[in-house]
Write a protein that binds this ligand. Structure first.
Ligand code: HEM
Length: 493
């Protein structure tokens, strides 16, 4: 096999080398804190990295006792450089990771990081507040977390300075607007049985969509640093004579997203005085209790462990009358909503069969399966109930999501979903709209508005809302590598 060849799916065996975040969000560990660090003294920093105990996928085995605390470690490209890794090696990682989240105005524009969300306003993640390292700490309760945090910070020695500590909150599975969150997640093909490409929406994706160094949905392994004759690293699957610095790692996108909970519920209340909740649910694309919107039939989907809450496609809703094309979940995972228009009559069907209308799509869900995200976020701040938010004297607690997602391609996964789908003014054939939750609402350069939202209503008409305010503001963020354990030790060496 030569590098660049198509590679058949392969089972993932070295689970002891993969940080546990790849398979778990650690829901039973309800307290979490994310430390953002910069290298102050490289030798001491490396000594800490050489010894830090990170939980791995192997620690989550069925025969293993439940974890009572977890430490995970991720590094930015600036961090790799500060630890002295050869720039020529760093340059072989994905370009988005190498460049970072906040360095380019064009990237910020595409992601909607403009106005109040521009990196210049962030409290971490840009300039000299770009972290080198994220240490993710999880514990069973607040007391245990405080102890873990204190022990971790004490152990850092003089190796690091702290940019910020991001404390999280536990809203029992709800995000701050009040919707159940963390429901729809792709399943990874750990056994190497999944054949990419299908005309049915499936929830299973190739391991290489999340794990670097494994074949992805294209049957290829993405570029990553390969080191000649390096034996402390896992061998490259497509070139076993080489050590693979990426293998068993994943890219981790972290964005601190502040939510205007009062603004959200007050706006939907003004816009739809008798039906504020249905409007909010249409904006999300799900009911507030997490169930699919009424009318989206639930059925079995390959690789979907939660058919009751997530066994639906948009087959029965091509025109977006039930779940608006522009709704948050339909934008961020259109499932089979991008199916081509089916033949409308017997002549078109015959033309399809003869291949006269172009080849019938062999892979109709391609647009979804290349852009799945494994979300691992946590809420932060103070809870504000939606009824309380309507009260004129309601407090304005700061709350939001520490949005974390994993993927083997930041560009094809997070950046595509955020930029081409959520921020797009024309997604799903719409016009002048953006994601009703996330959209920056900044007009496109040609002055095109992005603050509209269109939904179906029970009378069978379409309702258009204009002037949707911005509800989510970015406060910080960075692109990290969540390395395999052997890669982590190599970086520390
Ligand atoms: C404050 C910001 C956000 C809020 C309040 C929010 C809220 C939600 C909610 C309530 C759901 C439905 C429940 C579920 O399936 O888990 C959801 C799903 C989802 N969100 Fe977000 N989200 C936010 C940011 C983002 C961002 C930044 C992205 C990616 C760019 C994203 C991508 C997704 C995806 C991929 C799904 C699953 C869609 C599906 O498969 O049906 N979200 N989000």
């Amino acid at each position: 096999m030569a590098r660049g060849d198509l590679i058949a799916p392969i089972a993932v065996s070295d689970t002891g080398d993969i940080q546990a975040l790849v398979t778990a969000g650690f829901g039973s560990l309800t307290a979490a804190c994310f430390l953002m660090l910069r290298v102050a003294e490289a030798t001491a920093a490396k000594a800490w990295l050489a010894g830090v105990q990170v939980a791995t996928v192997a620690d989550l085995g069925k025969d293993k006792p439940p974890l009572t605390q977890v430490v995970q470690v991720a590094l930015t490209s600036d961090g790799l450089a500060a630890l002295g890794l050869d720039p020529a090696i760093i340059a072989q990682f994905a370009p988005e990771f190498v460049r970072g989240l906040a360095r380019d105005a064009s990237r910020s524009r595409r992601l909607g990081d403009v106005g109040d969300s521009a990196p210049a306003h962030w409290h971490w993640g840009s300039g000299d507040r770009t972290p080198h390292l994220a240490v993710l700490l999880y514990a069973s309760d607040a007391g245990a977390l405080t102890a873990l945090e204190a022990a971790t910070e004490a152990g850092l020695g003089g190796g690091f300075s702290i940019v910020t500590r991001l404390h999280t909150a536990n809203f029992a599975g709800r995000e701050p607007f009040g919707f159940m969150d963390g429901i729809s997640q792709p399943s990874l093909d750990w056994q190497g049985r999944h054949q990419p490409g299908s005309d049915h929406y499936a929830n299973t994706i190739a391991a290489g969509e999340v794990l670097i160094g494994y074949p992805n949905e294209y049957g290829r392994i993405a570029d990553r640093p390969l080191l000649p004759g390096e034996h402390t690293l896992p061998a490259a699957i497509d070139d076993p004579g080489w050590g693979d610095l990426g293998r068993n790692g994943s890219y981790l996108v972290h964005r601190e997203l502040a939510q205007d909970v009062r603004g959200f519920w007050r706006w939907v209340g003004r816009e739809a005085p008798d039906a504020a909740l249905p409007l909010a649910e249409a904006m999300v694309g799900r009911r507030i209790d997490g169930q699919p919107l009424a009318g989206l039939a639930t059925h079995a989907i390959a690789g979907e462990p939660r058919p009751d809450s997530n066994g639906f496609t948009y087959d029965a809703d091509r025109d977006g009358m039930i779940c608006p094309h522009g709704g948050h979940i339909r934008r961020s995972n259109p499932r089979n909503g991008d199916f081509p228009v089916p033949p409308r009559n017997i002549f078109e069907r015959a033309a399809d069969i003869l291949g006269l209308r172009g080849k019938p799509e062999a892979d109709a869900i391609a647009s979804a399966r290349f852009h799945r995200l494994l979300r691992r976020g946590r809420e932060y701040g103070q809870w504000l109930d939606r009824e309380a938010a309507l009260d004129q004297d309601a407090p304005d607690p700061q709350s939001g999501i520490n949005f974390l997602c994993l993927g083997a391609s930041i560009g094809r996964q997070f950046e595509f979903v955020q930029g081409a789908w959520c921020e797009s003014a024309k997604f799903g054939g719409g016009s002048g709209e953006s994601d009703p939750l996330l959209g920056s609402r900044a007009p496109f350069p040609d002055e095109q508005a992005t603050d509209g939202f269109t939904r179906g209503c029970p009378a069978g008409r379409r309702l258009r809302h204009d002037g949707v305010p911005r509800f989510v503001t970015v406060k910080g963020g960075a692109y990290f590598l969540l390395p395999g354990v052997k890669a982590l030790r190599f970086i520390a060496s």
